[in-house]
Design a protein around this ligand. Structure first.
Ligand SMILES: Cc1ncc(COP(=O)(O)O)c(C=O)c1O
Length: 375
């Protein structure tokens, strides 16, 4: 293997709901969700059955034939997200979703400059890597267009940059995940919407981590009820671990044959996984659950650990400590058997559990965190 991942010496063999087990029989509470991917819980029976049934029928055929599962997925997604007039283009990962979003914006207005935000993360492929705030993930070949990065909330710089009329798109995470859980506030999003509309700039909401119910809304930007982005990118929770991503595209974009494309995107098996996820989110009221249980965790941590800053919405929570959290994370994992996430800010722990955790699991996580962080 090409060695690029620092790994914990744990071999996970199976999972159920918010629990995972290693090959030695140890059980862990999963508040990392395989990097915010597990939305409806590990090995959810409806998810497993749907994929197995499709596997028996036809796992894959190309985009050159009718695949009714794609339309079913698009209809369900429109219904649950409320973005019924947006159209869906399916891909395989988060970076690929953003790559297509940035490309479509550029096709649409003929411009190439992009505005993004500091601490933002949008993926490791070509354009997505360049608009990400990281010195290490963009190679020289990724830096082929102009990109301005401003602070979250810096209206003056955004207004000035967009005012020149040469910016193709603004890309922003509804809640910055990798950057350490920073929420875009509703007013700032409205400001971006009106500046983009006034200057012919495309507004791209990256909901790859914060979407699919995690924030307590279907998409985190929907705390601003009126907001209609031009493009929304999704992945992670969309397939509960099955690789699938997509972009939702506003009606004013013209589609034509060959404009976008992929071999694997929208394949039968991925659609079966994506449909099963949406069915479970709706049936088990997981968006509401994320809001309620997330609120419970946030309140408990704020009260018990007032010296730390607790940020986030729903089940996307960041805890900023007064020192680097790498050792705390190891202690939580090896002594308390609790998986949590880190971030590019070394002092921030991230909590990203499956959306169907209950009060009991939330309270167990809270007491483990308090035990370790108070020492
Ligand atoms: C907000 C955001 N955008 C894009 C990506 C890239 O997704 P992927 O790793 O599936 O390419 C990530 C991954 O962490 C993400 O959090």
């Amino acid at each position: 293997m090409f060695d690029v991942y620092p790994v914990y010496p744990i071999e996970v063999t199976h999972g159920k709901q918010c629990w995972i087990w290693d090959n030695k029989g140890n059980r862990y509470l999963d508040f990392y969700g395989g990097h915010a991917v597990i939305s409806i819980g590990h090995a959810h029976p409806h998810f497993t059955k749907s994929i197995a049934a499709q596997l028996d029928k036809l796992p894959f055929y190309s985009n050159s034939i009718i695949n009714n599962l794609q339309q079913k997925l698009a209809d369900l997604l429109g219904e649950l997200s409320g973005l019924e007039n947006h159209r869906l283009f399916l891909v395989n990962s988060g970076a690929e979703a953003n790559e297509n979003a940035l490309k479509l914006a550029s096709f649409h207005n003929g411009r190439s400059k992009v505005v993004s935000f500091t601490s933002g993360f949008h993926g490791r492929t070509s354009a997505a890597a360049h608009v990400t705030d990281s010195k290490t993930i963009a190679a020289p070949i990724n830096q082929g267009f102009e990109n301005d990065q401003f602070h979250f909330g810096d209206r003056e710089s955004v207004r000035k940059a967009l005012g020149k009329g040469d910016v193709s798109s603004v890309i922003i995470e509804g809640i910055q995940g990798v950057g350490g859980i920073h929420c875009a506030d509703a007013e700032f999003l409205s400001f971006l919407r009106s500046e983009c509309t006034a200057t012919g700039t495309i507004l791209i909401l990256d909901e790859i981590q914060s979407g699919y119910g995690r924030s307590g809304h279907f998409f985190s930007f929907q705390k601003n009820e009126q907001l209609q982005p031009d493009i929304v990118s999704m992945a992670k929770g969309m397939g509960n671990g099955f690789p699938i991503g997509g972009i939702l595209i506003a009606p004013h974009f013209e589609s034509k044959y060959g404009l976008l494309g992929t071999t694997f995107g929208g394949n039968h098996l991925a659609c079966a996984a994506g449909i099963a996820v949406l069915e479970v989110i709706a049936k088990e009221n997981l968006i509401e659950n994320a809001a309620v249980i997330g609120g419970r965790i946030k309140n408990a941590l704020e009260q018990a650990l007032p010296e730390f800053e607790v940020r986030g919405e729903g089940l996307m929570i960041g805890l900023e400590c007064d020192k680097p959290v790498a050792d705390l994370r190891k202690q939580l994992l090896f002594e308390e058997h609790l998986f949590v996430g880190s971030s590019s800010n070394k002092n921030v722990l991230r909590l990203l559990p499956p959306l169907n955790i209950g009060e009991q699991e939330a309270d167990e996580c809270i007491s483990k965190l308090i035990k370790v962080l108070r020492n």
